[in-house]
Write a protein that binds this ligand. Sequence first.
Ligand code: CA
Length: 225
Amino acid sequence: MSLILVVEDEPRLLGSIVRTLEESGYATLAADSLTRASQQLSDEVDMMILDVMLPDGSGIEWLSGIREKNNTTPVLVLTARDTIEDRVTGLDAGADDYLVKPFAWDELLARIRVILRRGPSQDATQLSFGEISVDLINRQAQRQGIDLNLQNRQLEILIYLMKHGNEIVTREMIARDVWKEPTTTWTNVIQVHINHLRKELEAEGRTPILHTVRGQGYVLGEVPC
Ligand code: CA
């Protein structure tokens, strides 16, 4: 069952969208602010329906922020005005499609079907974080254009760290989201993979980029204060 995150601050509209989606066989998560949306957004979410004007900011700016962090969840933007400018800004920010309010339920459901069929947003063939890039098709990672020699699991850990760049990632998070096993028996294995990953990333005197935060986890990029 596809999981759709609906971000809309108008309570009646939010309620109607959620009800319509559930009646059509989708699972839903509802958020009435960008703060809530950030909390609810995870790898489990298959797509988002995003309003533009929210109490704590602009949906478009928020979208552009999560795209910068390599989140590729497909997004259908709900816009109140059908101006070219809104549309262009929305699509530039990484929206996959947009729908002008008020809309017909059939139209909403049709757009959702198209987006879900298409899968992850935009050219999710390439992932990048600073000077690190991963070709997701050939499964080859590079730093400063130099190939890294990584095993499959190390590449998956790297991709995960890139998606959470400049954030502390715990071993528990890696076990849960990369190994899909909510267990701590993997922590030594994770450490071995991290060591190898670090060696590859930082070979030949390249700047340290994969940091260990004692007692907490790992950070790719800059350790948050
Ligand atoms: Ca609104």
